[in-house]
Design a protein around this ligand. Structure first.
Ligand code: MN
Length: 326
């Protein structure tokens, strides 16, 4: 079992624009004794947007809720809509509505400008809005890649059943494989480095086991509900960071390392307790994300993440001279 290192979650929420009410659960730029970016690499930042109720916006046409045009460079933003809808438009011509269960995987690469608003349909009807956004770093070899946009519809994401450990004919939940590899099932998104993003829902009491590569930094968000993770209670808004990988990718390819070809995954045990009274169980939604550490220096500020301070200064000059497109 992969031991738990730390549970992030005690962050005050803040507004991003006037549309996204989020807790930044990890941030590579944070100066905090409980946080070390090398243990979340390649995940730079994670914003958890807990369920928030919005009234219908009668002024949608002139004042949609969200955040207007702004740039990014050197990494990818991955946005999952859990409830409510997001309208995205960017300088590559990428444009779409992210509906419930859909995923936006935007590669800023050498520079992009985009806007993120509530969709018109959601803005006008209002309701519960809930989303997450993570920033995934790009290795130096791909930092200046052509910007691109993957609009990933829920129906295109492979779904696997989660079986109960003690009654293997019983499915207690399901996992949508947004990215990565689930025992040979390949995720919908293309990625630049090995990354898993699995959107998991447990609907029936029981226990099930996930398998995450032991070369990956591994994190798990409880998006809704509560459960036990490796025997430890976790509730909505908790971001569980597991201990550092027990092997590096180099180890697995080095014949001189004695246990090189041994175990390639660690297990994570999920236990969804039975209801103690006649109330129906609250749904449990969790997001597992893991990735092979890139292991390069990071120099970032605001919406830009480069490898060196020189590159960062040049990026600000480029932005000020209008090189990021419209
Ligand atoms: Mn953005």
């Amino acid at each position: 079992m992969r031991p738990i290192k730390h549970i992030h979650g005690d962050k005050a929420p803040h507004w991003v624009g006037d549309g996204f009410f989020v807790r930044t659960l990890i941030n590579y730029a944070e100066d905090n004794p409980t946080f070390n970016y090398s243990h979340t690499d390649p995940f730079l930042l994670f914003d958890y947007g807990e369920p928030t109720i919005f009234a219908p916006n009668a002024d949608y046409q002139s004042q949609p809720h969200g955040i207007g045009k702004h740039p990014h460079k050197g990494f990818e933003t991955v946005t999952i809509a859990y409830s409510g809808e997001i309208s995205h438009a960017d300088s590559t011509g990428g444009r779409d509505d992210i509906l419930e269960g859909d995923v936006q995987w935007m590669t800023a690469g050498r520079g992009i400008s985009h806007e993120e608003f509530h969709s018109e349909a959601f803005g006008q009807r209002g309701g519960v809005f809930s989303m997450v956004q993570m920033w995934v770093n790009l290795p130096s070899a791909h930092k200046l890649t052509e910007p691109k946009y993957q609009s990933i519809k829920r129906a295109k994401i492979p779904v696997v059943e989660l079986r109960d450990n003690h009654a293997t004919d019983k499915a207690i939940g399901k996992a949508a494989i947004i990215a990565g590899d689930w025992q040979g099932i390949i995720g919908a998104a293309s990625t630049f480095t090995p990354i898993n993003v699995w959107d998991i829902e447990l609907h029936t009491a029981g226990s099930t086991t996930l398998h995450a590569p032991n070369t990956h930094n591994t994190l798990l968000l409880v998006q809704e509900g509560e459960l036990l993770v490796n025997g430890t209670p976790a509730i909505a808004g908790n971001l569980i960071q597991f201990e550092a990988p027990s092997q590096s990718r180099a180890d697995t390819q080095n014949p001189l390392v004695s246990d090189a070809s041994v175990s390639v995954t660690d297990t994570i045990e999920l236990h969804y307790p039975a209801s103690t009274d006649d109330e129906p169980l609250a749904p449990v939604k969790i997001l597992l994300f893991s990735g092979e550490p890139i292991g390069e220096p990071v120099a970032g500020h605001g919406p830009f993440v480069m490898n060196t301070q020189d590159e960062l200064r040049q990026t600000f000059r480029d932005y000020q001279t209008g090189l990021f497109g419209e």
